[in-house]
Design a protein around this ligand. Structure first.
Ligand code: SF4
Length: 349
């Protein structure tokens, strides 16, 4: 296993993840979009599999330079709802707080790929962080703060503890949620000190783990999640539906079961956003709906996330899963998990 996070095409070649002759082509991609693969993820890649689902998430691809005119740098419209740097206030009762735009890994399909990484928006300066916290403190309607980015769990336990202390001083903030890949992609970073820092504030703290393939839930990743859950931090799962990586029912079922076994409730299956150069990893919505239908009934209800689409332009996130109820002339028609159709309420005998 590579001992360090791989950040260049040359290092990918040295680690055997790409053929040396691909270095030049991938350098063009890496010049535009950041690259990072942690040792934990490198160790999961099967170099003999050209379609390896872990490699496809993190190893750059020349197809990333093919941009569809409908793709956009800010696909979910963060900028339209950003009153001060680092804050996105799209919905009344919650804000995103993007303290850092650094990540432990850089996903090739990232919806914020133009903002993250060394050439991205960086980490908030102390003055920007003060302004962001003042914004939250001045909005009594903000019930929940969602730490995202970037990946907030790349911050040191000391900085996380400071941040939690500041948020705990804002009485109307009752819930703090972290969005992260760290427990899976860098499980050793989830130290007792980090767990204590997250717990320090007294508000309800949730950690939403982004994981896209069951292989990511290694014994070390499950142990890292257990450290969080055992400390009283509920965990949610977020998954991006990705072509050739997890767009089959068996893979999704295995992933959602692995999450539930790890006491992580699958929360959202995201339709992949229209981020630039990500068309080769995006499915159609109809395929996502068919996958959700295949899971319904076949897999425990605990393993069913909501399939959602972020409406391009910053209009918000909506469920786009299959619909089982339709109107009929004399009432409603409901479809069962096997496709059978039934009047509701049932006709009189
Ligand atoms: S960890 Fe999240 S923010 Fe970072 S590159 Fe991946 S999807 Fe983007």
């Amino acid at each position: 296993m590579a001992a360090k996070t791989l950040r260049t095409p040359e290092s990918l070649a040295e680690a055997g993840l790409i053929a040396p002759e691909r270095v030049a082509a991938l350098a063009q991609v890496a010049a535009q979009y950041a690259v990072a693969i942690t040792p934990a993820m490198t160790g999961l890649v099967d170099p003999a599999d050209p379609a390896d689902p872990i490699a496809r998430q993190f190893v750059p691809d020349p197809l990333e330079l093919d941009v569809d005119p409908r793709e956009r740098a800010d696909p979910i419209g963060d900028d339209a709802h950003s009153p001060v740097p680092g804050v996105v206030h799209r919905y009344p009762d919650r804000v995103l707080l993007k303290v850092t735009h650094t990540c432990a890994v850089y996903c090739r399909f990232c919806f914020r790929r133009e903002m993250v990484g060394p050439a991205g928006e960086g980490t908030l300066t102390p003055a920007e962080l003060e302004a962001a916290l003042a914004y939250v403190a001045g909005r009594p309607e903000v019930w929940e703060v969602i730490l995202t980015g970037g990946d907030p769990l790349v911050l040191s336990p000391r900085r996380l503890g400071e941040l939690m202390a500041r948020l705990s001083a804002i009485a109307h903030v009752k819930v703090v949620r972290f969005h992260t890949r760290v427990p899976a992609v860098d499980p050793e970073a989830v130290t007792p000190e980090m767990v204590a820092a997250l717990k320090s504030a007294g508000q309800a703290v949730y950690v939403a783990l982004h994981a896209d393939h069951p292989r990511e839930l290694t014994p070390a990743a499950r142990a890292a999640c257990a450290r969080l859950v055992d400390a009283g931090i509920p965990m949610l799962g977020q998954t991006v539906l990705l072509k050739g990586i997890n767009d089959d029912a068996a893979t999704l079922a295995a992933l959602f079961r692995a999450m539930v076994e790890s006491r992580i409730k699958p929360y959202y299956l995201h339709h992949a956003d229209l981020a630039p150069g990500t068309g080769h990893l995006r499915t159609g919505v109809a395929e996502g709906q068919a996958l959700m239908r295949a899971l319904r009934g076949a897999v425990s209800g605990l393993c069913q996330p909501t399939y959602v689409l972020d409406v391009p332009g910053g209009y918000g996130k909506v469920p786009v899963g299959p619909v089982y109820l339709s109107q009929a002339a004399d009432g409603a028609c409901v479809e069962d998990p096997n496709g059978g159709r039934h009047a509701y309420p049932p006709s009189l005998p």
